[in-house]
Design a protein around this ligand. Sequence first.
Ligand SMILES: [Ca+2]
Length: 598
Amino acid sequence: MMVNRSSILPQALDPHPFAPITSRPHRTGLGPIGTSLGPPLDTVFQAPSSLRQNRKRLYSIHLHRNDQHREPPNNIFRAVILLLGFILPHLTATAADAPARPNILFAIADDWSYGHAGAYGCKWVKTPGFDRVAEQGILFTHAYTPNAKCAPSRSCILTGRNSWQLKAAANHVCYFPAEFKTYAEALGEHGYFVGMTQKGWGPGVANDAAGKPRQMAGRPFNRCKAAPPTPQIGNNDYAGNFEDFLAAAPKGQPWCFWYGCVEPHRGYEYGSGIAKGGKKLSDIDRVPSCWPDNEVVRNDLLDYAFEAEHFDRHLARMLDMLEKQGLLDNTLVVVTSDNGMPFPHDKGQAYQDANHLPLAIMWKQGIRKTGRVVDDYVSFIDFAPTFIELARVRWDQTGMAPAAGRSLTDLLFSDKAGVVNPARDHVLIGKERTDIGRPNDGGYPIRGIVKADKLYLHNFEIARWPGGNPETGYLDCDGGPTKTEVLKTRNDPKQRAYWEQCFGKRPEHELYDLKKDPDCVTNLAAQVDQQALRSQLQQQLFDELKAQDDPRMFGKGSVFDEYPYAEDKFRDFYNRVLRGERLNPGWVNPSDVQTKGE
Ligand SMILES: [Ca+2]
């Protein structure tokens, strides 16, 4: 079966034992919505499978209660169902020993790429915290953000929708539309204590319909500060603030916390990976082939690694804290990043290292078979449906717009490793304005599909510069030593391929074999023997985008360019600079500006 994500709303999925619990018209009197007294979760994942099947069928009948095409069950049948509904949950557990709805710790690094963790076999980024989550939970090998830039990626996570379904929120630094509620806001309305530290949704402006600032990822906890290992690392004592949050959480109430680290976002202290992290240039097994392999680039990678380890240290402290407080067992811990590393060709683009991200999930009480490596394709739009389902709230009770993602519970509760659900065989990705720096604040629109380790990308505006215009410093790529090294190659015929790959203009179609070419430097789209595959992938991509009402599919893509950039001082940056205004955006180096070159 092929998954058409466009048609999948959480409430339209195959009935999962959890999903309909709070929506059933007859809830057997175990407690109102939003309490922890609903039918106990342990009857679902600890009961014998035959019992689970029975309950599943039972719920499936309830799910169809509004189906006008279905004969209503007769009264006797209905009575039997009600009786079973009351008895079955009590066969293996009573309401008194039912586990509460799980707590949720969502740990998100800023600009951390796939593979850069011990659990993935990496030797130059040490991540005992992430590795523990993977070992005591599940390690994912095919997790993708739909949009590889801070704000739109976080918008997808928080809403369960793809960025092209989020109007202005497709863009970085947008005015987030008041109509899209987040899962954190919804959980706060359904009995959860919801908090966050440092970076939630953003950057951008998110106000409600009355113009009041929203708490998109929860109430902020930022009191605790700590001296950072380098001046470029933030001084938030993330774990300390998590401790404050736990202390503030009312006893007996489930909570949901967003650990929004700002590492390994640039800038870095040059050489800190070696000087403070004890690393060596030779620790790096492989420099991606889209950059020159030299000392500067290797140092940059090690400095990035040192910052990623800072994220992980606080995660490890949080896990220890949960364990000490007896909270680890019933906490769903999700660890990932918003987008790939802040290097050319990655963050803000749509190649493999941009959208493909680390992901590990643990939940001692929920995941029976731990230590699994799961190869299914999962998307960030799947997180919100997962959290809402596990909180036992039905999507249509949340006030959130319909999700395009689907809950990950099929993977969490399976015993299988490898490919668990063959229907999860692809993800869609895409972007609009990931940064300023082109005429009239235009973005670089792309849509893509990743399937069977092939990546197809469709570039809609090929006259534009993918990394931003050279005259304004390629603003769609954060400044740093590797960017500088790549830009130097623009006018060097021997090395110019690096600049071409990272910053040069692109054809309409791109196709990469991710197994052979994970760095996406060999575009197969023009090869004769690849045409069938290319058109097949493009067809599936466009069919699904149409079903998701993507304006790009209906000749209305320019709407994304027209949404205003939410920071006045840099709006219309390109035109203003060319008119002679001096503007310093702060995230590129003056030397990134290139006014000459072919
Ligand atoms: Ca980021």
